[in-house]
Design a protein around this ligand. Structure first.
Ligand code: SF4
Length: 373
């Protein structure tokens, strides 16, 4: 069992908060990038030998910018080189402004069965300072059209936005819930250096949102989604009727995956590798057979810490036996676990550790305190 991620490094415009790898000036080398991605798929076919591919995820960047032919070429190459399950989950990230009946039909025709729609907010003011390429109205239409076309949907929402009251945030969540997507991912706005948002905050054009306000919005989100039938199966991810993301759940369960395309990451159980986050260097490296990636061998301690961090964030918790298999726990670890249990941040059942609701608000802190150094 394994997964494949394909990174499409193209975007129409630069969202003010985004520090992912992408380019907005790609017209001149567009086909070269598609060819390089196909070459990398071919070069790496042996890596997942004898493993059935259960999930394929096109992320970015903006994969919904691909034409039908481009998407078909890459998908065909994946099918030619890997053993893909007949019932694989095939997710494509799509921005609302790219969604229309013709594109939906194209995506269906290449086998996409799940769309991840980057909606972010229903408030036009938010979309304006974010420099999103779509309007709030287009978002609603896009979700409705995608539903009618029969896709399983996951929709992204951002919380911790500047100048937003709890009422406005509630209204954002309720508007999304009314559209009934199967799955919702909610991320806290983070201010990354080298982004336009960082500059806006530095210049006082937008206020920095405090941690307490972010936590209040998060708690509200969890409450409203729970009362609307969405289960929080990972800290930032919620699903109705167990429509969990298989692709992401496999990341959290340490299943092998390969990442194709510039900046994409891969994991083979014992090491991680990441491709260069530069489109020209990526194309050159792939074509000339030169190194276009770096690799890190994970030590038992690294594996222990990763398992702990990812497991704790999920409803499945972290299996203490699996953890100890990676690396022996220390006295400090046992002591800290007891302390967190007494503080109401962790609980243990059936030899697995879980975050309490209070603990979920401090997930990164709890995990960091339990890391083995
Ligand atoms: S569309 Fe997505 S990847 Fe592109 S700039 Fe906006 S947030 Fe970043």
């Amino acid at each position: 069992m394994a997964g494949i991620y394909v990174h499409i490094p193209f975007c129409k415009q630069k969202c003010s908060y985004c520090d992912f790898h992408f380019s907005t000036t790609f017209t001149a080398y567009r086909q070269k990038m598609i060819d390089a991605i196909k070459t990398e798929i071919d070069l790496r076919k042996a890596e997942l030998d004898n493993q059935i591919i259960e999930t394929v995820y096109f992320g970015g960047g903006t994969p919904s910018l691909l034409t039908f032919n481009e998407l078909s070429e890459i998908t065909k190459s994946l099918h030619q080189n890997y053993d893909i399950s007949d019932e694989f989950e095939f997710t494509l990230e799509a921005n609302p402004d790219d969604i229309n009946p013709e594109q939906l039909k194209n995506w269906k025709n290449v086998g996409v069965n799940r769309l991840s729609i980057g909606l972010q907010s229903f408030l036009q003011d938010d979309l304006d300072w974010m420099n999103r390429a779509h309007t709030a109205e287009e978002s609603v239409k896009a979700v409705e059209q995608a539903k009618t076309a029969g896709f399983s949907l996951t929709v992204d929402l951002i919380y911790g936005l500047p100048n937003r009251s709890l009422q406005e945030w509630t209204s954002n969540i309720k508007k999304l819930v009314a559209l009934r997507p199967e799955h919702i991912s909610a991320y806290c706005l983070t201010v990354e250096k080298k982004t336009a948002l960082h500059q806006m905050i530095k210049k006082g054009k937008l206020p920095l949102v405090g941690e307490e306000d972010q936590a209040n919005q998060f708690e509200l989100l969890v409450d409203v989604l729970a009362s609307s039938g969405y289960e929080q199966y990972e800290i930032s991810n919620f699903a109705r009727n167990q429509a969990f993301s298989k692709h992401n759940a496999n990341y959290w369960r340490n299943v092998n995956y390969i990442g194709i395309g510039p900046s994409a990451h891969s994991f083979d159980g014992g090491s991680r590798r990441w491709n260069v986050a530069n489109n020209q260097l990526y194309i050159k490296g792939v074509n000339r057979g030169e190194d276009y990636f770096e690799t890190e061998i994970l030590t038992p301690k690294d594996q222990f810490n990763e398992l702990l961090l990812t497991g704790l964030r999920t409803k499945w918790g972290v299996d203490l036996n699996a953890l100890k298999f990676k690396h022996c726990t220390t006295k400090e670890f046992e002591k800290q676990v007891e302390q967190f249990k007494n503080d109401g941040l962790l609980y243990e059942t059936s030899n697995s550790l879980f975050l309490t609701d209070k603990g979920k608000l401090q997930a990164d802190y709890v995990a960091a305190m339990l890391f083995i150094e």
